[in-house]
Design a protein around this ligand. Structure first.
Ligand SMILES: NC(=O)c1ccc[n+]([C@@H]2O[C@H](COP(=O)([O-])OP(=O)(O)OC[C@H]3O[C@@H](n4cnc5c(N)ncnc54)[C@H](O)[C@@H]3O)[C@@H](O)[C@H]2O)c1
Ligand SMILES: O=C(O)C(=O)C[C@@H](O)[C@H](O)[C@H](O)COP(=O)(O)O
Ligand SMILES: [Zn+2]
Length: 365
């Protein structure tokens, strides 16, 4: 097991990454200050639940813990306020009170949704992240929790840190190929924004990483989490630096909402968004020769780098103006400086955004 620490003003907590961690769950929770006499509500989805929920629950019940379960339909469409309200009622019916806590067992959808449940239930109960997708190496760390609005991703939410992140890599073997690729989008993002040598390493090891070779994949998750933990520890609430974690998300989030949640996976949308940002960076002169290497790295991980012409330019632009990073409806992008380094740029000219959107669409087969 490898462990690293996240240190923010509101909470410090460990990220444990390794194999067979569900067997050790009671001990790991206790080490993070959890009292096993208090009840836990395990939140999962309809794909992950049948695979892993009983294993997790049994491991805790053997140690004397009472565990309830909530399962929501798998997929982005569960990240809604309506779903959250019904989960609150499930917790009330179960009898969860302020001594209780929440376990988020699943990918980023479950992490964000169950995390927001924890942040809001009785004004806040502790929660633990048990990520089961590669992508969730990102979502489980840093405390951004929330749900979507029809008009924009994650528009309702909070900063609420978990008490621990326990990433059992054994769960990854049941992921579909599409979800493996999707998860690597955020791993690639962490390399592109922070660590050029990590980007080189990803390029060299892409085949074994796509095959989920255990040591390599653990290393990739560890290095990705390290970037995320470094950034979040310096700027928990996105007053500045943390916005770089949004590389590829200005277009990525717009595309997810315009195309309809679930049409693209989050990782696919971010991959297309990073391709656009790298091209925009070249266009605006913030960087040279980053587009080809960005696109090649994403292609190595089976990710899309083109934008279908069927998505309306006007709708995408309107969604980008609503982005949380935007100031008074401007276009705000995280742009590359070089591979491994990025900067935030506000008030990007609309004409440049339109030009790059069209080039990305023009490359559609
Ligand atoms: N809070 C953050 O900082 C942050 C960071 C990145 C992404 N996100 C959010 O995360 C979400 C995307 O997360 P995701 O890509 O993990 O999506 P997801 O949670 O929908 O999981 C993807 C699919 O894989 C299935 N699945 C999960 N684990 C599995 C396993 N081990 N075996 C088999 N199937 C499994 C799920 O049921 C789902 O169908 C988005 O809503 C995004 O906005 C949040
Ligand atoms: O943790 C962050 O900060 C990120 O930006 C990580 C992103 O990968 C993630 O998708 C996050 O949910 C986006 O946050 P948002 O504030 O743009 O909704
Ligand atoms: Zn993301």
């Amino acid at each position: 097991m490898k462990t690293l620490e996240v240190n923010t003003p509101s909470r410090s907590y460990p990220i444990h990454i390794g194999s067979g961690l569900y067997e050790r769950l009671p001990r790991l929770l206790e080490e993070s200050g959890w009292n096993l006499r208090h009840p836990l509500m395990l939140v999962t989805d309809s794909h992950v639940g049948p695979l892993y929920a009983d294993h997790v629950a049994l491991s805790l019940e053997k140690a004397g813990c009472t565990v309830g379960q909530i399962s929501v339909p798998a997929g982005e469409s569960s990240k809604t306020l309506t779903r959250l309200e019904s989960m609150v009622e499930d917790c009330l019916q179960f009898g969860l009170n302020r001594t209780g806590g929440i376990l988020a067992l699943g990918g980023g959808v479950i992490g964000d949704l169950a995390g927001f449940l924890a942040a809001s239930y009785m004004r806040g109960v502790p929660f633990f992240q048990l990520p089961t997708t590669l992508l969730a190496h990102d979502s489980s760390v840093g405390g951004k929790v929330g749900v979507n609005s029809r008009l924009g991703k994650n528009m309702i939410g909070a900063f609420y840190q978990p008490s621990a992140v326990i990433f059992d890599v054994d769960t990854l073997k049941t992921l579909s190929k599409r979800e493996v690729s999707s998860g690597y989008a955020e791993v690639v993002k962490h390399a592109l924004i922070w660590d050029a040598s990590f980007a080189d390493w990803l390029r060299k090891n892409s085949d074994s990483l796509m095959d989920l070779e255990p040591d390599r994949v653990t290393e990739a998750i560890f290095r990705g989490c390290r970037v995320k933990a470094d950034v979040v520890s310096r700027d928990e609430r996105e007053t500045g630096l943390r916005a770089i974690l949004n590389y590829g998300h200005t277009l990525g989030h717009a595309l997810e909402s315009v195309a309809g949640y679930g049409t693209y996976t989050h990782g696919e949308a971010v991959a297309i968004g990073m391709t656009l940002a790298s091209r925009l960076g070249e266009e605006l002169g913030t960087a040279v020769r980053v587009f080809d290497s960005t696109r090649d790295l994403l292609v190595d991980f089976g990710l899309p780098t083109r934008l279908s012409p069927k998505w309306s330019e006007e709708e995408l632009l309107a969604a980008m103006r609503r982005d949380k990073k935007a100031r008074e409806g401007d276009y705000t992008f995280v742009l590359p400086r070089s591979i491994g380094s990025v900067r935030v740029r506000h008030s990007v000219e609309e004409s440049a955004v339109r030009r790059v959107l069209r080039r990305l669409k023009g490359e559609e087969d």
